[in-house]
Design a protein around this ligand. Structure first.
Ligand code: C5P
Length: 225
């Protein structure tokens, strides 16, 4: 089997307050998406990376003028639909059920090639697949609409799910088709089939740039790496 990466980049990034899709915001001299793609391109075992854009994206060519890799304008209204569109495009380009697909958020631009290698090493012989993740260090609270604590949640077995998430094409396609837009990641859809993806520890630095204050932190980490 081969390894493909699939980067859903069709979101609008509402929470970022950036006024444009956040993957195009300049961070440390390059659009966020360019950092993300550079990290994946630095993993020799990844045969190709497919970027999934919204059909009405009008910024990609100007933001990444030298991009040579695979791009498909098949994004949908949810992350799961964007990924499903990308999986169908990978099939059109020759990928088969048994090939591995590493789905990675465009917004995790701090990705390091060595974390991708660790994921592939841990999962390539696994029956299910797995994801990068980080054990929770903070004490976890549940809260209500008024911002008051309703419960303290046992953190001991909790992990923050990151990406890439790596599953065989046939499995992840079946899982996302069954779960639909409710799936906020690939692993949750695979879990709903009764399977247990492997958790592979990465780093808190593999965070998803989401909130306005995240851009400065990402820029600092990229400038000092
Ligand atoms: O919204 P969220 O931060 O969970 O998005 C995670 C990733 O999924 C982002 O890279 C975003 O661009 C992508 N996405 C997408 N299509 C959507 C929604 C999100 O490709 N409809």
């Amino acid at each position: 089997p081969r390894f493909f990466a699939l980067v859903p980049a069709a979101g609008i990034g509402e929470r970022s307050g950036a006024g444009m899709p956040k993957q195009y915001v300049d961070i440390a001299g390059k659009p966020m998406l360019a950092h993300t793609l550079a990290a994946l391109a630095a993993v020799p075992r990844v045969a190709h990376t497919l970027v999934v854009l919204s059909p009405d994206d009008d910024r990609f060519e100007a933001a990444l003028p030298h991009h040579q890799g695979w791009v498909a304008r098949v994004g949908g209204g949810s992350r799961a639909e964007s990924v499903l569109g990308g999986l169908a495009e990978l099939r059109r380009r020759g990928a088969t059920d048994d090939d591995w697909v590493l789905v990675h958020d465009a917004a995790r631009c701090l990705l390091r090639p060595e974390w991708v290698d660790a994921l592939i090493d841990a999962c390539a012989d696994d029956a299910v697949g797995g994801l990068l993740a980080q054990p929770i260090a903070d004490t976890l609270k549940a809260g209500d609409a008024e911002g008051r604590v309703t419960a303290t949640v046992d953190r001991r077995d909790k992990w923050a799910a990151q990406t890439p998430q790596m599953f065989r094409l046939g499995l992840v396609e079946r899982a996302l088709t069954a779960m639909g837009a409710a799936a906020t990641d690939e692993a949750s859809a695979v879990e709903a089939l009764g399977l247990a993806p492997r958790l592979v520890r990465a780093s808190m630095a593999n965070f998803k740039v989401t909130w306005p204050e995240d851009f400065a932190l990402a820029a600092h980490l990229l400038e000092t790496k």
